[in-house]
Design a protein around this ligand. Structure first.
Ligand SMILES: NC(=O)c1ccc[n+]([C@@H]2O[C@H](COP(=O)([O-])OP(=O)(O)OC[C@H]3O[C@@H](n4cnc5c(N)ncnc54)[C@H](O)[C@@H]3O)[C@@H](O)[C@H]2O)c1
Ligand SMILES: [Zn+2]
Length: 376
């Protein structure tokens, strides 16, 4: 498989910055190999600090903690590291309280930085803590998973889980800066990497047919983490997320297109008790189902669903629903917090690069769920 010639053009140093355009809450996303050694240089111009608290987890600290600490010390900042346990269970009010206790114990002031170094769990948790500590302290996202680099670090959604459901407690709070080092993905477990690629495929389907074609042509180098191709993948994904968020910060109509694949995806996660599927895996199946639904409703021709399924499968992501799951899935979808007027809404692709948001009647959903199973 060859890579596109224009890859190098699109990834030249001039386009390693993306603006999230939100007026005085706007910020830059910087994507650069080796950036973990330069975090301090990006913070210094803000003339805040010197106190800087790095919130991370034990795994990420072991890989990257020292590099980030050194870069901060090199510009005169005074970093301390709060390393929390790994895992989604840490995204809880209990750990928010522990972070806040630490911050209060050291009497950190309003100018102290919070640096979120890790995946989406750490980003969501540290962002939430930053938004409530002294009614808000400056915070920086240094995402180290693909999910965090292309999705969760941008857009300002922070929060924690509750016993009654995921992400039920949170704030909208934008970071001052997002610093992405694609090199960090080399230590990421392959399954986590592929889960992140589901969100990347999503961006192609919802707004950018050319990007989707790029993914179709380049899945081999993407899976091998080819630096030039990977840079374009992250850069285009961040640009799409930034554009959608800039148009609609607090989830009005526009931002809902980001939920493509998520109606069924969330239901699958709920049914599997959040253990069976990674979020991206559930979204991958959800995208295939949504495309079939679009076809059934006469909105799209069959090629849309065929191409989405083929790309999902080449990525190594699941495309099929578990057997006999239709009724339970519909029940779970009805309970989702995004259900409006008791109707289940879907983001439906009418072609690659364009989607519509529509309520869909249950019999139609059921038909498609029954048909989207192995061998169907
Ligand atoms: N705020 C948003 O808009 C938004 C969007 C999408 C997802 N999320 C949230 O993000 C979370 C999922 O994020 P995630 O998929 O990044 O999971 P995660 O943060 O749990 O990270 C996945 C695993 O990778 C490890 N890890 C992280 N970086 C690594 C690296 N460079 N090398 C080796 N291992 C590394 C982590 O320790 C963890 O075990 C969920 O809680 C989800 O709700 C939020
Ligand atoms: Zn998602």
């Amino acid at each position: 498989m060859t890579t596109d010639r224009d890859v190098t053009d699109r990834t030249s140093p001039v386009c390693d910055r993306i603006c999230v355009d939100l007026g005085d809450r706007g910020y830059e996303v910087v994507i650069r190999e080796g950036l973990l050694d330069h975090v301090g240089e990006f913070l210094a111009p803000f003339k805040l600090g010197p106190d800087t608290v790095i919130v991370t987890n034990a795994v990420v600290k072991r890989y990257y903690g020292t590099r980030v600490v050194r870069s901060l010390s090199a510009v005169g900042l005074q970093p301390t590291v709060l390393a929390l346990p790994d895992g989604e269970r840490t995204k809880s009010l209990r750990w928010v309280a522990k972070i806040l206790n630490e911050l209060l114990r050291h009497r950190y002031e309003r100018k102290a930085w919070l640096v979120a170094l890790g995946g989406g769990v750490i980003g969501d948790l540290a962002g939430f803590a930053a938004s409530v500590y002294l009614r808000g302290v400056p915070f920086v996202q240094v995402p180290t998973t693909l999910v965090a680099q292309v999705d969760s670090s941008i857009g300002g959604k922070t929060g924690v889980n509750h016993r009654l459901g995921k992400n039920l407690i949170g704030t909208f709070y934008q970071p001052k800066l997002v610093l992405i080092d694609p090199g960090a993905l080399r230590t990421l477990p392959p399954r986590e990497y592929r889960a992140g690629l589901a969100e990347v495929i999503k961006y192609g389907v919802i707004t950018d047919a050319e990007f989707f074609e790029f993914l179709e042509r380049n899945m081999d180098p993407i899976l091998k983490l080819d630096p030039a191709v990977l840079h374009r993948v992250i850069q285009t994904s961040c640009a799409i997320k930034a554009a959608v968020v800039s148009q609609d910060e607090q989830e009005g109509d526009r931002r809902r297109i980001l939920n493509f694949g998520h109606t069924v995806g969330h239901a699958l996660e709920t049914l599997g008790g959040y253990r069976r599927y990674k979020h991206g895996e559930a979204v991958a199946i959800g995208m295939v189902v949504a495309a079939r639904l679009a076809e059934r409703l006469g909105l799209a021709d069959a090629t849309v669903g065929t191409r989405i399924r083929a790309l999902v499968e080449r990525t190594g992501l699941p495309a099929d629903l578990p057997p006999r799951s239709a009724s339970a899935l519909i029940r779970a979808m009805r309970q989702d917090k995004k259900v409006q007027d008791r109707r289940i809404h879907f983001v439906l692709p009418d072609r690659i690069g364009h989607v519509l948001v529509r309520p869909v009647e249950e019999p139609e959903i059921r038909q498609v769920l029954i048909a989207t199973k192995p061998g169907a």
